[in-house]
Design a protein around this ligand. Structure first.
Ligand SMILES: *[C@@H]1O[C@H](CO)[C@@H](O)[C@H](O)[C@H]1NC(C)=O
Ligand SMILES: [Zn+2]
Length: 316
Protein backbone atom coordinates (compact mmCIF):
# COMPACT_ATOMS: atom_id res chain seq x y z
CA UNK A 1 0.00 0.00 0.00
CA UNK A 2 2.79 2.41 0.94
CA UNK A 3 4.48 1.67 -2.38
CA UNK A 4 1.26 2.29 -4.23
CA UNK A 5 0.96 5.72 -2.68
CA UNK A 6 4.55 6.52 -3.37
CA UNK A 7 3.87 5.62 -6.99
CA UNK A 8 0.75 7.78 -7.00
CA UNK A 9 2.76 10.61 -5.56
CA UNK A 10 5.49 10.37 -8.16
CA UNK A 11 3.03 10.05 -11.03
CA UNK A 12 0.61 12.71 -9.93
CA UNK A 13 3.10 15.33 -8.87
CA UNK A 14 4.42 15.34 -12.41
CA UNK A 15 1.10 16.40 -13.88
CA UNK A 16 0.19 20.00 -14.55
CA UNK A 17 -3.53 19.40 -14.56
CA UNK A 18 -5.19 21.01 -11.57
CA UNK A 19 -7.46 18.50 -9.92
CA UNK A 20 -10.14 20.15 -7.87
CA UNK A 21 -10.85 17.00 -5.90
CA UNK A 22 -7.20 16.78 -4.87
CA UNK A 23 -6.21 20.43 -4.94
CA UNK A 24 -4.36 21.34 -1.76
CA UNK A 25 -3.20 17.76 -1.18
CA UNK A 26 0.22 16.38 -2.13
CA UNK A 27 -1.29 15.33 -5.46
CA UNK A 28 -1.92 18.98 -6.33
CA UNK A 29 -0.01 21.28 -4.02
CA UNK A 30 -1.67 24.62 -3.51
CA UNK A 31 -0.37 27.42 -5.74
CA UNK A 32 1.71 30.31 -4.46
CA UNK A 33 -0.01 32.64 -2.03
CA UNK A 34 -2.41 34.90 -3.87
CA UNK A 35 -2.80 32.76 -6.96
CA UNK A 36 -5.88 30.74 -7.85
CA UNK A 37 -5.05 28.17 -10.53
CA UNK A 38 -7.63 27.39 -13.21
CA UNK A 39 -8.25 23.73 -14.05
CA UNK A 40 -7.24 22.58 -17.51
CA UNK A 41 -9.86 19.83 -17.55
CA UNK A 42 -13.58 20.34 -17.84
CA UNK A 43 -16.87 18.49 -18.09
CA UNK A 44 -17.81 18.77 -21.76
CA UNK A 45 -16.28 18.22 -25.19
CA UNK A 46 -12.59 17.67 -25.76
CA UNK A 47 -11.64 18.43 -22.14
CA UNK A 48 -14.56 16.43 -20.73
CA UNK A 49 -14.48 13.14 -18.75
CA UNK A 50 -14.38 10.94 -21.88
CA UNK A 51 -11.05 12.55 -22.78
CA UNK A 52 -9.41 13.06 -19.39
CA UNK A 53 -6.89 10.27 -19.96
CA UNK A 54 -5.78 11.85 -23.23
CA UNK A 55 -5.25 15.27 -21.59
CA UNK A 56 -2.16 13.94 -19.79
CA UNK A 57 -0.71 10.55 -20.68
CA UNK A 58 0.28 8.54 -18.70
CA UNK A 59 -0.57 10.63 -15.61
CA UNK A 60 -4.33 10.43 -16.17
CA UNK A 61 -4.40 6.82 -17.43
CA UNK A 62 -6.46 5.65 -14.44
CA UNK A 63 -9.38 7.77 -15.72
CA UNK A 64 -9.75 5.37 -18.67
CA UNK A 65 -8.35 2.10 -17.31
CA UNK A 66 -8.90 2.11 -13.53
CA UNK A 67 -11.32 -0.47 -12.18
CA UNK A 68 -12.10 1.25 -8.90
CA UNK A 69 -13.19 4.64 -10.22
CA UNK A 70 -15.51 7.17 -8.62
CA UNK A 71 -18.24 8.32 -8.51
CA UNK A 72 -20.51 5.28 -8.42
CA UNK A 73 -24.13 4.47 -7.81
CA UNK A 74 -24.33 3.90 -4.04
CA UNK A 75 -26.42 0.75 -4.07
CA UNK A 76 -26.49 -1.61 -1.09
CA UNK A 77 -23.90 -4.09 -2.35
CA UNK A 78 -21.04 -1.66 -3.02
CA UNK A 79 -20.44 -0.11 0.39
CA UNK A 80 -19.99 -0.93 4.03
CA UNK A 81 -22.17 0.95 6.52
CA UNK A 82 -20.35 2.62 9.40
CA UNK A 83 -22.20 4.68 12.03
CA UNK A 84 -20.61 8.13 11.77
CA UNK A 85 -20.94 8.52 15.55
CA UNK A 86 -18.24 5.83 15.88
CA UNK A 87 -15.80 7.82 13.72
CA UNK A 88 -13.62 10.71 14.87
CA UNK A 89 -14.67 13.53 12.54
CA UNK A 90 -13.88 17.10 13.54
CA UNK A 91 -13.78 20.36 11.59
CA UNK A 92 -12.43 23.60 13.01
CA UNK A 93 -14.62 26.68 12.88
CA UNK A 94 -13.28 29.57 10.82
CA UNK A 95 -14.14 32.62 12.92
CA UNK A 96 -12.22 34.98 10.64
CA UNK A 97 -13.79 33.54 7.50
CA UNK A 98 -12.10 31.36 4.91
CA UNK A 99 -10.63 31.70 1.46
CA UNK A 100 -13.22 30.70 -1.18
CA UNK A 101 -11.79 30.12 -4.67
CA UNK A 102 -13.17 29.53 -8.16
CA UNK A 103 -10.90 26.91 -9.76
CA UNK A 104 -12.90 26.81 -12.97
CA UNK A 105 -13.83 23.18 -12.33
CA UNK A 106 -15.40 23.87 -8.92
CA UNK A 107 -15.65 26.39 -6.11
CA UNK A 108 -13.58 25.48 -3.08
CA UNK A 109 -13.22 26.57 0.56
CA UNK A 110 -9.73 26.29 2.04
CA UNK A 111 -10.21 24.92 5.54
CA UNK A 112 -8.27 25.68 8.72
CA UNK A 113 -7.95 22.30 10.41
CA UNK A 114 -10.08 19.26 10.98
CA UNK A 115 -9.52 15.52 11.17
CA UNK A 116 -10.97 12.18 10.28
CA UNK A 117 -9.66 8.97 11.86
CA UNK A 118 -10.16 5.75 9.87
CA UNK A 119 -8.80 2.45 11.17
CA UNK A 120 -6.49 4.33 13.56
CA UNK A 121 -5.12 6.35 10.69
CA UNK A 122 -5.37 10.12 10.97
CA UNK A 123 -6.39 12.26 7.96
CA UNK A 124 -6.20 16.06 8.06
CA UNK A 125 -8.88 18.16 6.34
CA UNK A 126 -7.49 20.29 3.50
CA UNK A 127 -10.49 21.82 1.72
CA UNK A 128 -14.08 21.26 0.70
CA UNK A 129 -15.66 21.91 -2.68
CA UNK A 130 -18.89 21.35 -4.55
CA UNK A 131 -20.24 19.34 -7.46
CA UNK A 132 -23.48 20.06 -9.30
CA UNK A 133 -25.44 17.83 -9.63
CA UNK A 134 -24.20 15.15 -7.21
CA UNK A 135 -21.48 12.82 -8.51
CA UNK A 136 -22.47 9.76 -6.48
CA UNK A 137 -25.99 8.51 -7.01
CA UNK A 138 -27.99 7.87 -3.87
CA UNK A 139 -29.30 4.38 -4.58
CA UNK A 140 -29.91 5.28 -8.22
CA UNK A 141 -30.94 8.88 -7.69
CA UNK A 142 -28.97 12.02 -8.53
CA UNK A 143 -29.09 14.76 -5.88
CA UNK A 144 -28.96 18.52 -6.49
CA UNK A 145 -25.34 18.88 -5.33
CA UNK A 146 -22.57 17.09 -3.45
CA UNK A 147 -19.93 18.49 -1.10
CA UNK A 148 -16.51 16.82 -0.94
CA UNK A 149 -14.46 17.29 2.22
CA UNK A 150 -10.95 16.24 1.22
CA UNK A 151 -8.56 14.83 3.84
CA UNK A 152 -4.97 13.65 3.58
CA UNK A 153 -2.90 11.41 5.86
CA UNK A 154 0.74 12.01 6.66
CA UNK A 155 1.63 9.21 4.22
CA UNK A 156 -0.33 11.00 1.47
CA UNK A 157 -3.39 8.75 1.50
CA UNK A 158 -6.66 10.53 0.62
CA UNK A 159 -10.02 10.26 2.39
CA UNK A 160 -13.09 12.15 1.19
CA UNK A 161 -16.32 12.71 3.10
CA UNK A 162 -19.11 13.18 0.55
CA UNK A 163 -22.34 14.88 1.60
CA UNK A 164 -25.38 15.27 -0.64
CA UNK A 165 -27.13 18.62 -0.82
CA UNK A 166 -30.77 19.02 -1.76
CA UNK A 167 -32.86 22.09 -2.45
CA UNK A 168 -34.84 23.11 0.62
CA UNK A 169 -38.59 23.10 0.13
CA UNK A 170 -40.33 26.47 0.27
CA UNK A 171 -41.83 25.67 3.65
CA UNK A 172 -38.52 24.57 5.12
CA UNK A 173 -36.72 27.52 3.53
CA UNK A 174 -39.10 29.92 5.24
CA UNK A 175 -38.52 28.34 8.65
CA UNK A 176 -35.03 28.63 10.10
CA UNK A 177 -35.60 25.94 12.74
CA UNK A 178 -35.87 22.22 12.06
CA UNK A 179 -39.42 20.95 12.04
CA UNK A 180 -40.62 17.45 12.60
CA UNK A 181 -42.67 15.68 9.95
CA UNK A 182 -45.57 15.69 12.38
CA UNK A 183 -45.74 19.43 12.73
CA UNK A 184 -45.27 19.82 8.97
CA UNK A 185 -48.25 17.67 8.14
CA UNK A 186 -50.34 19.35 10.82
CA UNK A 187 -49.45 22.72 9.37
CA UNK A 188 -49.83 21.93 5.71
CA UNK A 189 -52.31 19.10 5.59
CA UNK A 190 -52.38 16.05 3.35
CA UNK A 191 -51.37 17.75 0.13
CA UNK A 192 -48.08 19.00 1.55
CA UNK A 193 -47.32 15.74 3.32
CA UNK A 194 -46.82 14.10 -0.09
CA UNK A 195 -44.20 16.68 -1.11
CA UNK A 196 -40.54 15.67 -0.74
CA UNK A 197 -39.31 16.74 2.67
CA UNK A 198 -35.90 18.30 2.99
CA UNK A 199 -34.51 20.16 5.95
CA UNK A 200 -34.20 23.88 6.43
CA UNK A 201 -31.29 25.44 4.50
CA UNK A 202 -27.91 24.65 6.03
CA UNK A 203 -26.51 27.87 7.50
CA UNK A 204 -22.96 27.02 6.40
CA UNK A 205 -24.07 26.70 2.77
CA UNK A 206 -26.20 29.85 2.85
CA UNK A 207 -23.21 31.75 4.25
CA UNK A 208 -20.76 30.43 1.66
CA UNK A 209 -23.08 30.68 -1.34
CA UNK A 210 -24.06 34.17 -0.17
CA UNK A 211 -20.74 35.38 -1.61
CA UNK A 212 -20.35 32.93 -4.53
CA UNK A 213 -21.41 35.60 -7.05
CA UNK A 214 -18.22 37.48 -6.10
CA UNK A 215 -16.12 34.67 -7.59
CA UNK A 216 -18.08 34.10 -10.76
CA UNK A 217 -14.87 34.43 -12.80
CA UNK A 218 -12.51 31.38 -12.72
CA UNK A 219 -9.25 32.25 -10.99
CA UNK A 220 -10.83 34.65 -8.51
CA UNK A 221 -11.27 34.32 -4.74
CA UNK A 222 -13.13 35.97 -1.90
CA UNK A 223 -13.06 35.82 1.90
CA UNK A 224 -16.23 34.29 3.36
CA UNK A 225 -17.96 35.57 6.49
CA UNK A 226 -17.14 33.58 9.67
CA UNK A 227 -17.91 29.86 9.20
CA UNK A 228 -19.34 27.66 11.96
CA UNK A 229 -18.78 24.00 11.12
CA UNK A 230 -20.58 22.24 14.02
CA UNK A 231 -23.95 22.28 12.25
CA UNK A 232 -22.65 20.15 9.38
CA UNK A 233 -20.43 17.98 11.59
CA UNK A 234 -23.37 17.22 13.92
CA UNK A 235 -25.65 16.37 11.00
CA UNK A 236 -23.05 14.04 9.49
CA UNK A 237 -22.30 12.41 12.85
CA UNK A 238 -26.00 11.66 13.34
CA UNK A 239 -26.02 9.57 10.14
CA UNK A 240 -24.05 6.69 8.69
CA UNK A 241 -21.07 6.61 6.39
CA UNK A 242 -21.30 4.47 3.27
CA UNK A 243 -17.67 3.39 2.93
CA UNK A 244 -15.87 2.13 -0.17
CA UNK A 245 -12.47 2.41 -1.81
CA UNK A 246 -12.59 4.44 -5.04
CA UNK A 247 -10.78 7.26 -6.80
CA UNK A 248 -10.54 10.99 -7.26
CA UNK A 249 -13.50 12.03 -9.45
CA UNK A 250 -11.22 14.47 -11.30
CA UNK A 251 -7.93 13.93 -13.16
CA UNK A 252 -5.61 12.18 -12.45
CA UNK A 253 -8.40 9.84 -11.16
CA UNK A 254 -5.93 8.24 -8.70
CA UNK A 255 -7.32 5.21 -6.89
CA UNK A 256 -6.95 4.16 -3.25
CA UNK A 257 -9.23 7.02 -2.13
CA UNK A 258 -11.15 6.21 1.07
CA UNK A 259 -14.70 7.33 0.36
CA UNK A 260 -17.13 7.99 3.21
CA UNK A 261 -20.44 9.09 1.71
CA UNK A 262 -22.78 10.41 4.37
CA UNK A 263 -26.43 9.39 4.61
CA UNK A 264 -27.12 12.82 6.14
CA UNK A 265 -28.24 15.43 3.64
CA UNK A 266 -27.66 19.16 3.67
CA UNK A 267 -30.08 21.64 2.13
CA UNK A 268 -29.73 24.87 0.23
CA UNK A 269 -32.40 27.50 -0.37
CA UNK A 270 -33.68 27.86 -3.94
CA UNK A 271 -32.17 31.36 -4.15
CA UNK A 272 -28.70 30.17 -3.07
CA UNK A 273 -28.92 27.16 -5.35
CA UNK A 274 -29.60 29.44 -8.31
CA UNK A 275 -26.60 31.59 -7.39
CA UNK A 276 -24.15 28.70 -7.07
CA UNK A 277 -25.55 26.96 -10.15
CA UNK A 278 -24.92 30.09 -12.22
CA UNK A 279 -21.26 30.06 -11.13
CA UNK A 280 -20.48 26.31 -11.22
CA UNK A 281 -22.61 25.30 -14.17
CA UNK A 282 -22.20 21.54 -14.52
CA UNK A 283 -19.28 19.67 -12.90
CA UNK A 284 -20.15 16.04 -12.27
CA UNK A 285 -18.23 13.08 -13.75
CA UNK A 286 -20.57 10.37 -15.08
CA UNK A 287 -21.16 7.42 -12.70
CA UNK A 288 -18.53 4.72 -13.08
CA UNK A 289 -18.93 0.96 -13.01
CA UNK A 290 -19.12 -0.74 -9.60
CA UNK A 291 -15.71 -1.23 -7.90
CA UNK A 292 -13.85 -4.17 -9.43
CA UNK A 293 -15.68 -4.08 -12.75
CA UNK A 294 -13.87 -2.99 -15.94
CA UNK A 295 -13.60 0.74 -16.59
CA UNK A 296 -16.54 1.93 -18.73
CA UNK A 297 -14.13 3.37 -21.29
CA UNK A 298 -12.35 -0.01 -21.58
CA UNK A 299 -15.68 -1.75 -22.00
CA UNK A 300 -16.49 0.55 -24.89
CA UNK A 301 -13.02 0.07 -26.42
CA UNK A 302 -13.33 -3.71 -26.12
CA UNK A 303 -16.90 -3.44 -27.38
CA UNK A 304 -15.84 -1.56 -30.52
CA UNK A 305 -12.97 -3.99 -31.07
CA UNK A 306 -15.34 -6.94 -30.70
CA UNK A 307 -17.84 -5.28 -33.02
CA UNK A 308 -15.09 -4.65 -35.58
CA UNK A 309 -14.02 -8.31 -35.41
CA UNK A 310 -17.58 -9.50 -35.79
CA UNK A 311 -18.18 -7.18 -38.74
CA UNK A 312 -14.94 -8.38 -40.31
CA UNK A 313 -16.08 -11.95 -39.68
CA UNK A 314 -19.41 -11.32 -41.34
CA UNK A 315 -17.73 -9.73 -44.33
CA UNK A 316 -15.46 -12.70 -44.70
C1 LIG B 1 -32.33 0.88 -2.80
O1 LIG B 1 -33.36 0.67 -3.72
C2 LIG B 1 -33.85 -0.67 -3.77
C3 LIG B 1 -34.94 -0.74 -4.80
O2 LIG B 1 -34.62 -0.02 -5.94
C4 LIG B 1 -34.37 -1.07 -2.40
O3 LIG B 1 -34.73 -2.44 -2.43
C5 LIG B 1 -33.28 -0.84 -1.34
O4 LIG B 1 -33.81 -1.11 -0.06
C6 LIG B 1 -32.80 0.57 -1.39
N1 LIG B 1 -31.72 0.73 -0.45
C7 LIG B 1 -31.65 1.73 0.41
C8 LIG B 1 -30.44 1.75 1.29
O5 LIG B 1 -32.51 2.56 0.49
ZN1 LIG C 1 -14.87 16.50 -5.72
Amino acid sequence: MARLFQALFLTASATRVFASCAYGTHLMPRAEEGEVPISTFGYTGSIGPLNWAALATPDNNACATGTRQSPIDMVDSVFEVIPASSVTFEVNDMPDGAEFENLGSTVEVITQGGRLVLDNKEFALQQFHFHLPSEHLDNGTSQAMEMHMVHQSEAGEIAVVGVYINIATEAAAAAPAKRSLGSRSRLFGRQEAAAPVTGAPTTLLETIFGVVDQISVPGTKVKTPPLVMSEVVNLVKAGNFQAYSGSLTTPPCSEGVNWRVSTAKLAVSPASFTKVRDVIGFNARFPQNAPGEPNILMVSALGSAAAAVSVAGTAA
